[in-house]
Design a protein around this ligand. Structure first.
Ligand code: 13P
Ligand code: SF4
Length: 309
């Protein structure tokens, strides 16, 4: 029996569902029941009838699923799979920031801990951030965190002047503008597709800016001969499966030696392997728990997001 068959067998026996983010290793995406971006994973978790959710993604995604499904078992194949962006905003620091801005609405990116979500009025993902911020009253004073680049992008697209937390994703913030300009010269007909967690200089060089799902939808719809992709390169797996004849060109990070790869990858996402997935599901280990009081608060801001999406 192959490891993939073992995993699918365990899923059937245990009534488990495997959810995977588009940044996961290709072989993990291929064995999943459901692949999605952060928003789709939360939506899917909210409606699943499975007894066990195995979240192949990073820790905040598993926590979000646990907040939405407190009675289900939520497992993560490697509990060390964190997120530099979520780590950049600790709940105690957010609490102080709120105290300094008492009449502000707190909008937090989904890439945050459950504790931070518990201090938040409404959660957003890169898929729905513009839509949700546009629904807030025009005169609302807003604190947005932790991604400063996404915050700047939202401000520029909505005309809001949200106060921004000083955080960023180390993967999206390190794309090389020089490499992108060179690739644009080498492939003058290729459209540049970029995630809004990237810096302004990269966004200014792009043709399409959108969430993981939006970029994937664009590719499926347009099927241009080639695209330059400025986001975590795991997404190319699904793009290539959807459009086998299209050429996808990943942009390297500023200093390739520091990541040992000419593509830009999130090492946290890569921590999930088929072996860890199989073992976690078989032994029902690495359960994700969120303290009751925190989950109760956090789920309000997550539900508000789902309602406003
Ligand atoms: P989305 O899945 O919302 O596009 O987010 C990208 C990301 O960085 C996930 O950690
Ligand atoms: Fe976090 Fe960035 Fe990795 Fe996404 S790509 S999980 S934001 S570190």
């Amino acid at each position: 029996m192959t490891i993939q068959e073992e995993i699918r067998d365990l899923c059937r026996q245990k009534k488990a569902v495997i959810m995977a983010h588009y940044y996961q290793r290709g072989e993990v995406q291929d064995v999943a029941d459901f692949i999605g971006d952060s928003l789709a994973l939360a939506q899917q978790a909210a409606k699943t009838e499975a007894d066990i959710i195995v979240m192949c993604g990073v820790h905040f995604m598993a926590e979000t699923a646990k907040c939405l499904c407190p009675d289900k078992k939520v497992l993560i194949p490697d509990p060390q799979a964190g997120c530099s962006l979520a780590d950049s905003c600790q709940a105690a620091d957010l609490r102080k920031w709120k105290e300094q801005h008492p009449d502000y609405t707190v909008v937090s990116y989904v890439n945050t801990s459950a504790e931070v979500k518990a201090l938040t009025d409404v959660v957003v993902t890169s898929s729905n951030a513009l839509k949700i911020v546009n629904q807030l009253p025009k005169d609302a004073k807003i604190l947005f965190g932790p991604d400063q680049n996404l915050g700047n992008y939202i401000n520029s697209m909505t005309g809001r002047q949200m106060e921004l937390w000083n955080g960023s994703c180390h993967v999206h913030a390190r794309f090389s503008a020089e490499a992108l300009m060179r690739l644009k010269q080498e492939h003058p007909n290729a459209k540049v597709l970029t995630h809004p967690e990237c810096k302004q200089v990269i966004i200014n060089l792009s043709d399409v800016v959108g969430s993981t799902q939006a970029l994937l939808n664009y590719v499926r719809e347009h099927k241009d001969p080639e695209y330059i992709i400025v986001t975590e390169w795991g997404v190319i797996h699904e793009m290539q499966k959807s459009c086998p004849d299209v050429r996808f060109i990943p942009v390297p990070p500023e200093v390739t030696e520091s990541v040992g790869c000419s593509c830009n990858e999130c090492e946290y996402m890569r921590m999930i392997t088929l072996e860890k997935l199989r073992d976690t599901l078989r032994d029902e280990t690495n359960t994700v728990e969120v303290p009751y009081n925190i989950a109760k608060q956090a789920v309000r801001s997550i539900h508000r997001m789902l309602e406003m999406s």
